[in-house]
Design a protein around this ligand. Structure first.
Ligand code: FDA
Length: 309
């Protein structure tokens, strides 16, 4: 039987549903809970607020699956503008950026070269203001290409971050390969609907794989970034960090903007480095649907708003 996640992500690909959701004012209100605004100035206001409250941030210009080179170039330009906007704030690594390579043309013909060509100036601009770029991970068909681009970028910019998804069978090997000195790796469960041939299907299996991967990262010489809202896994991370003598500046927890904000602040007040993933931009549909698919409560919140507004 199809899971709720598979059903929702499948239905969301229908253009009619997309048009209906994007065009509904009430959707916009719900989206605002997860998205920091449509414009860069709005996103920078959120960055100022969150960093003023003691969090670090990673800024994501929303967009994915571009269909031509010009669109991919616009993604690059949006990130260069974001880094220009971050520069005067002087936040260094407390404000970094996350990119999806599909927004840089990865899926177009010759797309791996194009994505590398367009993302490189973003990585250089980030380094010039003392910060970093993390390459988000998309569906399983893109993992090899994304890790290939990561390896190229790390030649000159070893600080470039990677994301690995515990749901995928291959990830324990990938985690070992990336647990190298200074290597920044965000570990997440995985937001995409994947077949049993490549991914664990049960929550418990995904969580157990997450804990195993976390052990490898925490024991290793890299910089683990714990991307999860799951209280059990965050405590496992804290316990492992203590066990392996990690200092607060040698690992971090990351959560999405608008999800468990009180917990983000509570952990930060305890001395944990907490980074909020802050998405902004007009192309919020794919991001929003993945958030609905992750959690029945998010879906219920959305459906309730449709009937009560
Ligand atoms: P999950 O959704 O399984 O929730 C586990 C538990 O956490 C819940 O049972 C509940 O106890 C608690 N919880 C979760 N949400 C809550 C809420 N709103 N309120 C209260 N409790 C809540 N994915 C990907 O494929 N590629 C990527 O590049 C990224 N990048 C990324 C960055 C960051 C910073 C994060 C946090 C996540 C991602 N993800 C991602 C998404 C990730 O793969 C995953 O889909 C979501 O984080 C949801 O999984 P969780 O680990 O949060 O737990």
């Amino acid at each position: 039987m199809l899971s709720q996640k598979a059903l929702l992500l499948g239905a969301a690909r229908r253009p009619a549903l997309r048009r209906a959701l994007v065009g509904t004012p009430v959707t916009r209100q719900v989206v605002d809970r997860f998205v920091a605004g449509e414009t860069l100035p709005q996103a920078l206001d959120v960055v100022r607020r969150l960093t003023g409250e003691g969090l670090a941030v990673t800024l994501d210009h929303l967009g994915e699956d571009v269909t031509d080179r010009a669109e991919a170039q616009r993604s690059r330009d949006a990130y260069l503008a974001a880094l220009d906007g971050l520069a005067p704030l002087g936040l260094g690594r407390r404000a970094e950026v996350s990119v999806k390579l599909s927004a840089f043309g990865q899926a177009l013909p010759g797309g791996e070269d194009l994505a590398l060509e367009l993302v490189r100036p973003v990585v250089e601009a980030a380094a010039a203001i003392g910060t970093t770029v993390t390459l988000d991970m998309e569906d399983s068909s893109t993992v090899d290409a994304t890790l290939g681009t990561l390896a190229e970028l790390r030649r000159d910019h070893p600080e470039t971050g990677a994301v690995l998804q515990s749901a995928l069978h291959r990830t324990e090997d990938d985690v070992r390969a990336l647990a190298t000195p200074g290597s920044r790796v965000r570990l997440v469960k995985g937001a995409y609907d994947e077949p049993p041939s490549v991914a664990f299907q049960g929550r418990d299996e995904v969580d157990a794989a997450y804990a195993r991967c976390l052990g490898v990262l925490m024991r290793g010489p890299g910089y683990p970034m714990v991307g999860s809202h799951d209280p059990r896994l965050v405590s496992v991370a804290q316990r492992l960090a203590a066990e392996y003598g990690r200092t607060p500046d040698s690992w971090e927890v990351q959560m999405l903007y608008g999800i468990r904000p009180a917990e983000q602040h509570r952990l930060a007040a305890e001395g944990v480095c907490v980074r909020a993933y802050v998405p902004y931009g007009v192309d919020w549909y794919g991001y929003f649907v993945r958030r609905l698919a992750e959690r029945p409560a998010n879906l219920r919140f959305f459906l309730r708003s449709l009937v009560t507004t």
